[in-house]
Design a protein around this ligand. Structure first.
Ligand SMILES: [Fe+2]
Length: 465
């Protein structure tokens, strides 16, 4: 089975869960469509018209052998799950084998193995294909019969015509406050997926060596992120600190750092490539309920643009043609225009507000085409919250953005001055992750902010998106 995407920075293997297992180095030049959801979306309990989901065991898979926490210090990460496939990643220096189990009828059944996986500079990434939609899976890597990694559970996406409540989490900015306890509480939820909205590492933090690989292995080894990776798949974008603080292409020598930071990001958070085979921006679908539009709001700031014209056109077209009930836009830096709030113009050059032409183009497009169900999600601000993205009577006046995180970075010093009002509907001033419950029947999204103690700090239900 050929891979459907190009992997310019690593070898890639594909594991089919059908009768034949095939190990192949990926040499395909096939261009990904970027439409990464809905593959193989028919059949199974999550298939056409279904409103139920496959039940999976309530307890984790417990394969034989023991976890070698020295050899597999960073656990296993799963990324960009679709209805048919997911990308599985492990940091290791050894040749390993991948074992896959499916969860059905309250039992885990091992269904496939793939042997002889040799790491590429310390990382093995495998695309597991032919998944059943809306089904629980667990994966584990073995170095030998007795020594294995942690188990990672994830859930495949809903088939393209399926519908049920989708539960996912989101956070950003892991620049302190270890072990990121709020992420361990997110792990307890066994979510459908978890959104990492940028600044997962701080490549510029001490020791400031721009050793991105080490920053990633350090982060993935922290308890909160390890716990989370063991229970759900990630959908990740990056922000500035995956490379450098507020970096710009005008900085001499930046391109080498961008290249290294991007490679390390994709090795730390396994992910698909965008429509042209290289981009971060991409789309993932969870049945009829949710389309995820993952933006790259850092890597395409060139020629006076905030994002490339190609990314902007893709987003506009994708929102226009999406048939999902809700369109969630992952947007590392807020699109909110804070004019008229306490934040005002402060550092507006670092976010959409400083690029009013492109901001107006996308916001007005959504208004002009009456595209419903759009919710913006952002990190970056080191304050959690929810608000209207535009001043009254401006385009986007009724659109909502949720600020997620931080999970670890210092709380914004301005937080004490910012209180809810008619624009900023909710303000969260401590470390949190945000739990989302998307209910297609109620046409609502419940938004809950959960702190390091696992306590609910704030919640609201959005009903008119
Ligand atoms: Fe940050």
């Amino acid at each position: 089975m050929a891979s459907k995407r190009r992997a310019p920075t690593r070898r890639q293997f594909t594991l089919s869960l059908g009768a034949t297992l095939l190990l192949a180095a990926c040499t395909s030049d096939d261009e990904s469509s970027g439409e990464t959801g809905g593959e193989g979306g028919e059949g199974g309990a999550g298939g056409a018209g279904g409103t139920t989901s496959n039940v999976e065991p309530s307890t984790p898979w417990q394969p034989s052998g023991g976890e070698d926490t020295a050899a597999f210090a960073t656990g296993v990460q799963v990324g960009d799950a679709t209805a048919a496939s997911a990308i599985v990643s492990v940091h290791t220096t050894e040749t390993v084998s991948l074992h896959v189990a499916i969860g059905k009828d309250d039992a885990w059944e091992e269904i496939a193995t793939l042997d002889g996986l040799t790491p590429d500079n310390g990382v093995v990434q495998v695309e597991v294909t032919d998944l059943e939609p809306d089904t629980g899976y667990s994966v584990v890597f073995y170095a030998d019969a007795d020594r294995r990694s942690a188990v990672a559970r994830f859930r495949s996406a809903l088939g393209q015509d399926a519908s049920r409540v989708i539960r996912f989490g989101a956070s950003s900015c892991l620049g302190g406050n270890q072990p990121w306890a709020t992420l361990s509480h997110a792990a307890d939820e066994r979510l459908d997926f978890f959104l990492m909205l940028g600044d997962t590492i701080y490549g510029d933090s001490p020791p400031n060596t721009y050793d991105y690989e080490t920053k990633w292995t350090t982060a993935l080894g922290v308890k909160g992120l390890r716990d989370l990776a063991a229970t759900t798949s990630f959908v990740a974008t990056w922000d500035d600190h995956e490379v450098d603080n507020n970096w710009s292409y005008d900085t001499p020598g930046i391109q080498a750092k961008v290249d290294a930071g991007l490679t390390a990001f994709r090795r730390g958070m396994p992910q698909r490539l965008g429509p042209g085979g290289t981009q971060i921006w991409r789309k993932l679908s969870w049945g009829k309920v949710v389309d995820l539009f993952v933006l790259d709001c850092r890597g395409e700031r060139k020629d006076g643009n905030y994002i490339s014209p190609e990314q902007l056109a893709w987003l506009k077209d994708g929102l226009s043609t999406s048939t999902a009930q809700f369109k969630l836009v992952l947007n590392s830096v807020p699109i909110t225009d804070f004019t008229g709030t306490l934040v005002g113009d402060i550092q507006k050059e670092d976010r959409w507000q400083g690029y009013p032409t492109q901001r107006s183009e996308i916001v007005s497009h959504i208004d002009d085409e009456s595209i419903g169900g759009v919710l913006w999600l952002a990190g970056d601000f080191h304050i959690g919250g929810a608000g209207k993205i535009s001043p009254p009577d401006a385009p986007g006046a009724h659109a909502i953005e949720i600020l997620c995180g931080p999970a670890g970075s210092p709380i914004n010093p301005a937080a004490g001055l910012i209180n809810p009002d008619e624009r900023l509907l909710l303000v969260s001033k401590t470390w949190t992750y945000t739990l989302f419950e998307v209910d297609p029947d109620a046409a609502s999204i419940r938004v809950v902010f959960i702190d390091d103690r696992g306590a609910i700090l704030h919640e609201m239900t959005l009903t008119e998106l």
